[in-house]
Every structure is written in structure tokens, then in C-alpha cells.
Design a protein around this ligand. Structure first.
Ligand SMILES: Cc1cc2nc3c(=O)[nH]c(=O)nc-3n(C[C@H](O)[C@H](O)[C@H](O)COP(=O)(O)OP(=O)(O)OC[C@H]3O[C@@H](n4cnc5c(N)ncnc54)[C@H](O)[C@@H]3O)c2cc1C
Length: 446
């Protein structure tokens, strides 16, 4: 196996794989994806709700950039899924209001949908009779219906992009849990060191390691103003006999709108099964899928790692304590989770929740101002790190990554690499369609 590459991408989730794809599509370079696992997309990219979101619920003033990327990416994922016959169920989302106050939020969503580039005919405001006609089990005051939201399996989509990247010549280095990166004194290269002491070299290193990114950046002295909190999304599987009575994804206007989470919803999975969730249960590390903490290491890292002050400040906030109590209850008690969903699907009872789905962890960035809403790209010399790449991150990945690679090129990071004369997959995904859809000229790199 070659140990020297022009560019190393650490992280084989949807973000790292799409970044590697775009670099290899646009430039004649040697690129490799490094992952601690033996295949791609084993963490958050497969442990999520699996909804290709339409961006009606994203405030264009605060999250407009992600909303536009999600909008563009929707059509990119759709072309990929159609071409390779991948899971794609365009069933739509009904988001319900249970009071006049929540109804006002839906009216806002209607205008946000337009501002975020959605088509007029994709969105409709429904009254409770319209909702009952579409979904007889749902009770509400009013609702917004977004017709194109789609259920898929992002792990399968990521693997399809990975295949295209391999065809472009991208390499994959499995089983390398990156412990550190050191700059060579001469030659301007970086040495990426795995836990088992293998070493790989690259001129540019891109850190797209999901819940592992901030730790690697901190070890390099980067992003020191940030800390991270972990929220686990737990799901409960719905009894298929009951589940069949609901045909679309059903959400409710979030109760706590100062947190960037959606409240538990009923979701139709790509294979037709139904689940309710996710909760947003605070846990102590980014891979604590079955317990509050994977082990002593995770606990010590939380307590004695960097930004302890930021983390403690966030967790003693009474709003956080209130959230933690509620979300932990939904995680451990099916009765509690069922009662939350029963506020809009009253026939759903705890006896209909027959098992647990696969949990996923959201790594939420915090700074002095509290929770950070959008992803951040931090740069030092030729190291580029992406942090806080959260929902609707899987939806937005094809356009986010394409625009990131374009922005790195505009800033001169890719000078010296030859651009390809022809793009191999331009009939599927085109960089120009991304550039036409974003307003910004370049991504903010800090
Ligand atoms: C509960 C939940 C529900 C969600 N639902 C949706 C949804 O419905 N729609 C949507 O669009 N988005 C959703 N999201 C968000 C979406 O899943 C994420 O934004 C996206 O998957 C992040 O991808 P990633 O590649 O950054 O991270 P990951 O998929 O976690 O990939 C990171 C990779 O880096 C590797 N890695 C980490 N550390 C190291 C290291 N030290 N050395 C080597 N490799 C390393 C890991 O093994 C992993 O493969 C959801 C998220 C959660 C938590």
C-alpha cells in the first residue's frame, strides 16, 4: 500500500467520502480516505433518521447557507439513487401544530420554504380536516405538508459515492485510528499517525472525522475556542400492524426551539418499517451508542479534556437540565416516548413500541455564546478541519463538499495540482449546478 499521497481525508462518513469524490473528480491528484473502521459510513452516516430533508424548517437568516446546500443536494441524491436503484421513497413530511402558537411557526416555515429555494407546489398549509383525510391517525390544529421529503439509507448512498470515488482513483486506508498529525520539518508534508503506529504522509490533510474531528484538531492546537457536547438520538421500533396506519413522516413543531433539534417524530424507514424518535439524550462521548459513556476513557476525556469550562457552563443551564431529564426519560421509557408522540398520534400507545432502533450521536459544538448552529471549517497551513457537521448534514453533503473543494481551490490550496480536462461523472453530478445554487462566492474558512 502506498504511504504517500497528495491529499489525505480523515473520515469515511458521508462528508469525507463526498469530499474525496469531488477532489478526485476535479483534479489529477492522489487522494486517500483514512478511517478507523474497515469500511465507510459505519457511524453517524448510517445511524440517523434517513430523511433527505427539504429545507422548509431552516431559518434563512441563520441557516440559509445549509438550507441552500440541502436544496441543491436533494436533486443530486435523487439522480444518484435513480441511476443505481438505491433506496428512495419520496413520501413527504407532515409537520403538525397543536396550538395557534405553533401554527404561527408553520406560517413562518411557509415563507422560509420559498426563501430557501423550494418550489411553490412542494408546500401546502393544511387544516385539521385536510390532515385527517391524508393521515387519519393524526390529530392537530394545522400542519404544513412538504411533499418531497424522502426516506433513504444514507449509508447506502455514501457507499455508492465511495464506488465512484474508487473509480476516480481514490484509495482507502482502513483500520487507522488517527492519534496525531505532525508536520515534517522540511518538505512541508504531514505525517498522519495511526494508533497501531502506521504512518501515512500527505501534502494536505482534511479532517472530516465527525465526532472525532474536534479531538484531532485540539491535538494540533486548532479550534481551541470550541468544546463539544454529545446528544444521542434513540429510536423505538413501531409494531408494523400499527405502523402501517401512518403513511408519511409525521413531525411536530419543536417544543424547545432554542435547541437545534427536531422533536421525536414518526418516521417511515427506507424499508417500510416505522420508528419513533430520535431523542436528544445527553451522553458523555461521541460513540456512546448503548450507555451514557463508552468507558472510563470517554469520561476522563469529558472531565479533563479541553474546554471543560464551556461544557460545565452549558450543562448547568436550567434549560439544559430540563431537556436532559425529558430526553433521558424518552430514551429509557417507552411510555414516555409514546406519550410525546401521542400528542399528535393519539392512538399510539407504549405497547406499539416493540424494540429499539439503531442510535446515533450528534456532536454539538459549543463556544462562549452557547450551542453553535452551523458547521465550521477551520484552517491552519494545509490542514483543513470540518466540525459541527450536523443535521441536515447527510442531506447537504454532496453540495457542501463540492463547494468546500471549490472554495479550497479558490483560496489557492489546490494550486500545483492539475485540473482534469474532462470530468468522469459530470452527467450525474456537476460542480456548476452547485455554484449556480449558492449565493456565496466562497465558503468561510476560519
Ligand atoms: C440521531 C441523528 C439523526 C440524524 N438524522 C438526519 C437526517 O434524517 N437527515 C440528515 O440529513 N441528517 C441527519 N443527521 C445528521 C447526519 O447524519 C450527519 O450530519 C452526517 O452523517 C455526518 O457525517 P460525517 O461524515 O461528518 O460523520 P460520520 O458519519 O460519523 O463519519 C466520520 C468518520 O470518521 C471516522 N473517524 C472518526 N475519528 C477518527 C479517527 N481518529 N481516525 C480515523 N477515522 C476516524 C469515523 O469512523 C467515521 O467513519 C442525523 C444525525 C443524528 C445524530
Amino acid at each position: 500500500m502506498n504511504r504517500r499521497f497528495d491529499i489525505l481525508v480523515i473520515g469515511g462518513g458521508v462528508l469525507g467520502v463526498t469530499i474525496a469524490f469531488w477532489i478526485s473528480e476535479l483534479y489529477e491528484v492522489s487522494v486517500a480516505i483514512i478511517d478507523r473502521e474497515n469500511s465507510v459510513a459505519l457511524h453517524t452516516s448510517s445511524r440517523n433518521t434517513g430523511v433527505v430533508h427539504r429545507p422548509f424548517y431552516l431559518d434563512p437568516d441563520k441557516r440559509g447557507f445549509m438550507a441552500r446546500l440541502a436544496n441543491i443536494s436533494f436533486y443530486m441524491w435523487r439522480s444518484l439513487a435513480n441511476r443505481y436503484r438505491l433506496p428512495w421513497m419520496e413520501i413527504g413530511v407532515i409537520e403538525v401544530a397543536t396550538s395557534p402558537e405553533e401554527d404561527r411557526v408553520l406560517r413562518k416555515y411557509e415563507s422560509w420554504a420559498r426563501r430557501n429555494g423550494m418550489d411553490e407546489d412542494e408546500i401546502a398549509i393544511l387544516d385539521r380536516r385536510d390532515v385527517a383525510a391524508l393521515e387519519p391517525e393524526v390529530r392537530c390544529y394545522s400542519a404544513i405538508y412538504s411533499r418531497r421529503d424522502t426516506s433513504t439509507h444514507f449509508g447506502v448512498l455514501t457507499n455508492a459515492v465511495y464506488m465512484l470515488a474508487l473509480r476516480n482513483g481514490v484509495g482507502f486506508i482502513p483500520g487507522c485510528n488517527v492519534q496525531g498529525i505532525v508536520a515534517e520539518i522540511s518538505g512541508g508534508r504531514y505525517r498522519v499517525i495511526c494508533r497501531d503506529r502506521r504512518v501515512y504522509e500527505g501534502d494536505i490533510v482534511i479532517i472530516a472525522s465527525g465526532c472525532g474531528s474536534l479531538r484531532i484538531l485540539h491535538s494540533l492546537g486548532m479550534a481551541l475556542d470550541y468544546g463539544e457536547l454529545y446528544f444521542r438520538g434513540d429510536y423505538w421500533i413501531v409494531d408494523p400492524y400499527f405502523g402501517r396506519r401512518v403513511r408519511r413522516n409525521i413531525y411536530r413543531v419543536p417544543k424547545r426551539r432554542d435547541f437545534p433539534f427536531l422533536d421525536p417524530h414518526l418516521v417511515v424507514r427506507y424499508n417500510g418499517s416505522r420508528e419513533v424518535g430520535p431523542s436528544a439524550t445527553p451522553v458523555i462521548d461521541g460513540y456512546a451508542y448503548n450507555s451514557p459513556c463508552r468507558g472510563l476513557g470517554g469520561f476522563l476525556d469529558f472531565m479533563y479534556g479541553r474546554s471543560v469550562y464551556l461544557k460545565l457552563k452549558a450543562v448547568i443551564d436550567p434549560r439544559f437540565i430540563d431537556l436532559a431529564r425529558d430526553e433521558w426519560m424518552s430514551s429509557v421509557s417507552r411510555r414516555h416516548m409514546a406519550s410525546r408522540v401521542a400528542t399528535f398520534i393519539p392512538a399510539l400507545d407504549q405497547k406499539h413500541l416493540v424494540g429499539r432502533g439503531a442510535s446515533g450521536v450528534r456532536c454539538q459544538l459549543i463556544d462562549r455564546g452557547g450551542l453553535v448552529l452551523n458547521p465550521k471549517v477551520v484552517v491552519a497551513d494545509s490542514i483543513i478541519g470540518v466540525i459541527n457537521y450536523n443535521s441536515p448534514g447527510a442531506t447537504g453533503a454532496p453540495a457542501f463538499s463540492g463547494f468546500l473543494v471549490y472554495s479550497l481551490a479558490s483560496e489557492g490550496f489546490l494550486d500545483g495540482f492539475r485540473e482534469r480536462n474532462t470530468y468522469r461523472h459530470s452527467d450525474l453530478w456537476s460542480i456548476n449546478s452547485i455554484l449556480e445554487g449558492v449565493k456565496e462566492r466562497s465558503m468561510k474558512l476560519s
